[in-house]
Ligand binder design. Structure first.
Ligand SMILES: CC(C)(COP(=O)(O)OP(=O)(O)OC[C@H]1O[C@@H](n2cnc3c(N)ncnc32)[C@H](O)[C@@H]1OP(=O)(O)O)[C@@H](O)C(=O)NCCC(=O)NCCS
Length: 191
């Protein structure tokens, strides 16, 4: 599906589409995460490996945002598989069944970024809403660094709630784990 406004044009992609956009996706990533690239975890090759791993899962979806054919931001995610390892490293006060995955329950949003020069124009909100629109899962989850004020502020204002903390890999930061109720459809469509 493709939608457009006077400025931002959104496109949905599957895994094959993501691979075709490799160069442009990495160009945006290196600009958005320029200050972190010295950290091996954030190196572009490691980032692309993570994207390739996400893209192998069912339910993978990438939404890109374009202005005059320039890629200015994107978001992506996938459905957590049956007995997913996603919740390994979770620290929080929830009953164990809440962390059980059956391959249909949870959509994991693993990236959302907008070029610095294009931020604060509502583009991330539009990418986010497009990604979550029509998802068949009951809930969505994501990880955000506790000191990432722009992203945390945005997510909490879009209906996400704090769920716990999670460190996905030994050399990864400890993230805030956020949850979003897809069945209630907290995020309203914009644009
Ligand atoms: C987080 C990010 C995607 C937001 O993109 P954006 O296009 O500027 O976001 P939007 O314009 O759609 O929404 C902005 C909302 O986010 C919040 N926000 C954005 N930047 C903010 C800042 N510097 N300080 C406080 N709140 C901020 C506000 O709630 C804002 O709404 P408002 O403009 O109506 O006040 C962007 O800052 C980014 O790419 N950051 C780097 C990558 C990143 O950290 N991604 C999230 C990983 S979990």
């Amino acid at each position: 599906m493709t939608t457009s406004t006077p400025e931002l044009v959104l496109h949905d992609h599957d895994a094959a589409g993501m691979h075709e956009l490799r160069r442009l996706l990495l160009t945006v990533y290196t600009e958005v995460y320029a200050e972190l690239l010295g950290n091996p975890f954030f190196a572009p090759d490691r980032f692309w490996e993570r994207l390739e791993a996400y893209a192998k899962w069912p339910g993978f979806e990438l939404v890109t945002g374009w202005i005059n054919d320039e890629l200015v931001g994107y978001t992506l995610g996938y459905t957590l598989p049956d007995r997913s390892g996603w919740w390994r490293g979770f620290r929080g006060d929830v009953a164990p069944p809440v962390l059980e995955e059956n391959g249909r329950r949870t959509f994991a949003v693993t990236q959302l970024m907008v070029l610095p020069s294009r931020q604060r124009r509502g583009y991330a909100r539009r990418l986010h809403d497009e990604l979550l629109a029509g998802r068949p899962e009951e809930r969505a989850t994501l990880l955000v660094k506790p000191d990432n004020v722009p992203a945390r502020t945005a997510y909490l204002s879009w209906g996400w709630r704090m769920f716990g903390r999670l460190q996905p890999f030994d050399d990864a930061p400890v993230y805030d784990s956020l949850m979003y109720d897809l069945e209630k459809g907290h995020a309203s469509a914009t644009g």
